[in-house]
Structures are given as structure tokens and as C-alpha cells.
Design a protein around this ligand. Sequence first.
Ligand code: MN
Length: 225
Amino acid sequence: MKRINLSLLVLLIGSNLVFGQYKLPTLSFKYNALEPYIDSTTMFIHYNNHHATYVANLNKALEKYPELYKKTIEELLQNLNQLPIEVQTVVRNSGGGYYNHNFFWSILAPVGTTNISAKLEKIIINNFGSIEAFKSEFEKAASSRFGSGWVWLIQEKTGKLRIISTPNQDNLLLPIAEVQGKAILTLDVWEHAYYLKYQSKRAAYVKAFWNVVNWTEVEKLLANK
Ligand code: MN
């Protein structure tokens, strides 16, 4: 009997090793909340299949190195070169996918719930000349990203705003990132993000995106700088 209890104890202690596993974040809106711009089916599949798979693959890849579960996803990506060589590619791809989608959902909001404030408008105008010029540059970066990737509005250390794009699931946190800065806004331009509704019309999806940006969150990220 004592032996059984001991086994149970070992099992419980063992399960603590996976306590820090990465988790799919809870969405702050319903799957249909971004309709008609991002449809409910796409949102459901994107979150439950694509995003969930990145998390599952990341967790699985780190099973042999449970001490890494204690690190934040940002720490893993920032220190990619110091990780065991056999997990570096999975962390870059699945860990990147995990982080990027966490961030993407956080800057989306149901239609009509947030607006560009006068303060944010002034900052954008100071950096890009006008709101239209900002959107146009962002849309151009989204359209010209060949294959799969992301478009980002970032804030450089100097405070200057810039638009960049990254391939696959890469982002600014990686040591190989060409540009340094803090992510302020992002858009997923992988086909899985829009194909069901927009098919090959990526540009229409990018234009629709402006209707579901969480401008309050965007401004908060800038203010925290
Ligand atoms: Mn995606």
C-alpha cells in the first residue's frame, strides 16, 4: 500500500514538470464577433486547429527539456541560438506561430468597439503623413509578402513607427531579426487566415482587417513604451 502511495506521489511530482507547458490563450471575443470581415468558420479553424497545433507541437518538442517550459515564449524566441540545437527549428516555427497568434488575437476586436483616438491619430500622422498613407503602406507590405508571413507595425527604440513584414512564423524577437523594435500591430497573411472567405483576394482581406483592429490595445502598447 505504501508502495502504491509512493508511486502516486512520484506521479504527482512528475506531472508538475509539465506545469509550465504553453497554453492556448482564451479569446476575448466570440468566433462570429469579427463578421463579416473575418468569418466565424475561419476564426474557429484558425484558433482551434492552426493555433492549437502550434502550441501542441511546441509542447511536444520540449518534452525532453522540461526546464524550458519555465521560460516565457518571448524568452525562448529571443534566445533561440542558446536552445538545444534539435529544438531550434520547432521553437522558431511552432513557438513563433504560438507567439504571433497570441499577439494577433490581442489586437483584434469586434466591429465598432474601438476607434483611432485623436492622440493615436496624431502619432500615426507624425510618422506616416496621414492615416491613409499608413494604411496604404501596411496594405502594400501585406500584398507584397510572397508566400506566408506577417505584416507588423513596430516601434523602434527611438520611438519611430515602422512597417515591416516577416516570412513564415518569424517575428522581431528572433536573434536573426533584421529589424529591432516592439510589435504594436500585426496581420496574419497566411492563406489559412483568409482563404475560405476571400480565396486568392488577399488585398480584400487586408482592407477588411481595418474594421476589426483593436485600436485601444494598439494605443496601450505605444503608451507602455
Ligand atoms: Mn495563422
